[in-house]
Design a protein around this ligand. Structure first.
Ligand code: CMC
Length: 374
């Protein structure tokens, strides 16, 4: 058997999927065959969430039912709320969200049931409850009273209401909705592959999503949207951006929010998110970070020919919306639950245990010496 190593599974095709498709040469991403740009132009986030989970865009009737079910499942149990209130105030919100999904598994009557029907219902419950957990920790950490979810508001409006007790301008809500659409799904990325790997042992959906959240947290994956904002804050002002990046590149630093394993000529989600980032900046009259954005983008392209990825515009967009930096990746979770769940169901429908091989380079077989001989 060949022992050629493909570190990071670079270029390896491990399975088939119908959920999404990245066409690197076209810089295109499709969900169930629809270009994400078109979905952003024509759909609300809830429609896209339905599409990712169910495989087709919903009819009006299907959408209404989906929205009704999502809204009626938003509330967290008293136990989970109590747990959130007792969590350390300096915890990373990603760890809080991961723990909350794990706690949800203890309460869900169908945790062990891996049937398609049950998985779809569990996915919906996790999808509906996760924003409530994120917002509950956001407010608890600030010593503020938790705001219960509303059944009258859209997914994004309700999230703003639970976070800030007010809903911003509809253009801001739309920009947030767009970020959720763009974050919903992205083929066999690290967290999705983690979810599929966990599923492949016939483990359950809550466990696979819990593992996926841990995987998304890292700065080479979802954690990049937070790292981007820390970097922009460190740069501080547009006049410093050029020298900052020259210095960073001279030191061979990895610049957060740039590069991608699959896209080589640019992440297809970036132009859409960049457009909305500038829109938010204009509405709120905050131009500093868009200016830094432009300089970093220009310098990275001219010096390294490396394009930004979607986390690059998302970071400053959320910052301008007044969201604490360590909540950006949990927002990514709120949306990606749809993509993970679709992949988990796909894995269950055609499962094969994921179990790669490794090339051994440790000690050869040797004799165990008794303790008094070592
Ligand atoms: N800054 C500086 N150099 C870079 C960067 C970057 N952000 N990305 C890639 N390169 C260089 C890298 O140093 C390497 O150069 P060389 O061939 O001279 O060693 C070359 O480009 C190829 O990069 P790689 O690291 O081998 O590529 P990869 O496919 O293993 O890594 C990546 C992809 C996303 C991990 C990497 O580009 C990176 O670390 N980017 C920064 C973190 C980031 O923004 N992550 C978000 C990813 S996309 C959305 C998401 O998942 O949330």
């Amino acid at each position: 058997m060949s022992e050629e190593i493909k570190k990071g599974l670079l270029g390896i095709v491990v399975d088939e999927t119908t959920v999404s498709h990245v066409v690197p040469e076209l810089s295109a991403l499709t969900y169930r065959g629809y270009k994400v740009q078109d979905l952003c132009d024509k759909c609300e986030f809830e429609e896209v969430a339905y599409l990712v989970l169910h495989g087709e865009l919903p009819s009006k009737k299907q959408l209404n039912k989906f929205i009704r079910e999502e809204r009626s499942n938003r509330k967290l149990s008293k136990t989970i709320i109590k747990n959130i209130q007792q969590m350390p105030k300096n915890a990373h919100p990603m760890d809080v969200v991961r723990t909350c999904v794990s706690l949800m598994s203890l309460e869900d009557k169908d945790t062990k049931d891996n049937s398609q029907k049950s998985n779809m219902q569990k996915a919906l419950r996790i999808f509906a409850q996760t924003p409530t957990a994120v917002a509950a920790y956001f407010r608890t950490r600030k010593g503020k009273k938790i705001i219960s979810p509303s059944k009258k508001l859209s997914f994004s409006e309700n999230f703003f209401k639970m976070m800030f007790n007010k809903i911003p301008d509809k253009e801001i809500v739309r920009a947030f909705d767009i970020s959720l659409i763009l974050y919903a799904e992205h083929s066999f990325n690290v967290s999705t592959f983690t979810a599929r790997t966990i599923t492949s042992s016939l483990s359950d959906l809550h466990g696979a999503i819990t593992g996926a959240i841990a995987s998304l947290k890292g700065p080479l994956h979802g954690g990049a949207n937070e790292a981007v904002m820390h970097m922009m804050k460190e740069i501080g002002k547009p006049e410093k951006a050029k020298s900052w990046i020259e210095n960073a590149l001279a030191k061979k630093k990895v610049i957060m929010g740039f590069g991608h394993r699959v896209y080589r000529t640019g992440d297809s989600r970036v132009p859409t998110m960049k457009h909305y980032m500038f829109k938010v900046a204009k509405l709120l009259n905050k131009n500093k970070y868009p200016k830094i954005y432009e300089i970093l983008e220009r310098e990275m392209l001219s010096k390294k020919n490396i394009h930004p990825n979607v986390d690059f515009p998302c970071g400053p967009t959320y910052y301008m919306m007044g969201i604490d930096i360590d909540f950006y990746t949990p927002i990514f979770v709120m949306s990606r639950i749809t993509g993970w769940s679709a992949h988990i169901m796909e894995q269950h429908a055609s499962n094969k245990l994921i179990r790669p091989l490794s090339k051994y380079k440790g000690e050869q077989v040797r004799e165990v010496m008794l303790l008094n001989q070592r």
